[in-house]
Ligand binder design. Sequence first.
Ligand SMILES: [Zn+2]
Length: 488
Amino acid sequence: MCALLALEPALMAQELPTLGEAGGEDLSPLEERRYGEEIMQQYIRRSPEYLDDPETIEYINQLGYQLVAASAARNIDFEFFVLRDPTINAFALPGGFIGVHTTLILMAQNESELASVLGHEIGHIQQRHLARSLARQRDSAMIAMGSVLLALLAARSGGGQGSQAALALGQAAAISRQLSFSRDNEREADRVGFQILVDAGFDPQGMADFFTRMQQGTRAYASMAPAYLQNHPLTEERIADMQARIRSAHTHQHADSLDFQLIRARLHVLQDESTQGVRDQLTNFTDQVVHHSAVSDTAAYYGIALSNLKLKQPGPALEAAQAARRSTSVPSAMLDDIVSLASYEAARNDAEREAVLKLARETATHFPLSRSVAMQYTDMLQRAHHHAQAIAYLREQLALSHNDPDYYNFLAISYAALDQKTLQHQATAELYLLLGSTPAAVEQLQLARKVADADFYTMTEVDARLRQLTALAREEREEAKNNAGRGP
Ligand SMILES: [Zn+2]
């Protein structure tokens, strides 16, 4: 989402995360978070597999937070993310970052199954398993971990060639060994995850069903061998424990949310965005509607609408989006959003586009906390050249969540369109800061000061921020120098 204002190459220098001084103590929560944030910034969010899709990110975080709220890890800032990947896997990184592969979400047959995998990973973080295992390896092994992670992601993206790829794969095996936990850890994450699942109101049978199906999948298709099972071997004992817990727990059925069905339809389309891939999905969803075989008609219509949008066929997209919206009375930001998007694409003149913008504004009012709704609304305002309106709206959104790089990115685009250069550089500075590059932020503020085309109040703000960030950049340089001096 930040493609327009991509960081300059020099700023992307791959510095490996360092883990501070050797000491054998557990990582402090702050150290763990900083380490996790570095891995996210330097490797994950930049990898082509990272699914930068606001709807998917919002859904997986909503589901994740239902579980976190029922756990003893409520005080930790979790961030759930999705990787476009044909293998079935989920994993926890230091600091509360939990990744899920698209294929795992598509393979889950109900929401409790997906929740059970997230619950287990939350269990690892709640019990601080990573912090402990990282602390044990702090001295030497972990220095290599950054490079191993980098190689792993390179191997995933298929960028490596020949010996490089072979090397990367060897390292990938090394990392999965390093990141795998002891059997005691796994048992504990199962136990804690189970409790979280039940307390959050999900059906724990989902855990047993999902594991059983994964195991059957492994036997049936060797090529599908779920990566998840390599780190989480399914022993007889583990399944027996699960069954015993289910018998003794007070459990209930859990009805899947509409969003779960919609996200799965969405991921079927996003999984392979080639023209042929999208056409295949359009055929699948159409067959489901024709043969009344869809798990959810609403989701099938949603899939048809989204496929048609990707294929630039706004007419059929709008028809399907409206059918999806009519098929249920459940409030849904995703359904309202696809109706407005398809209407916008199908609009034939400015008057029709203005009517759609009014509709999109209503959706934004109904779902004030939805980031995906806000992003789509902003995007439409900008496409209709309503930049002043976009800026006012973004300022409101930033008051709610002031650390969102995408909002600053949008803000910079609108200021640039209005030729307000100081404000444009000021917004870009905040964007770079959130992306982890203080020197680039300082540079933007210097530019903001030089063009000086804003009012006195803004210029004072720029000056103050520049002083603050210059000091921060200096501190960061000194810290980096100290770390380098210590050496591996
Ligand atoms: Zn585990």
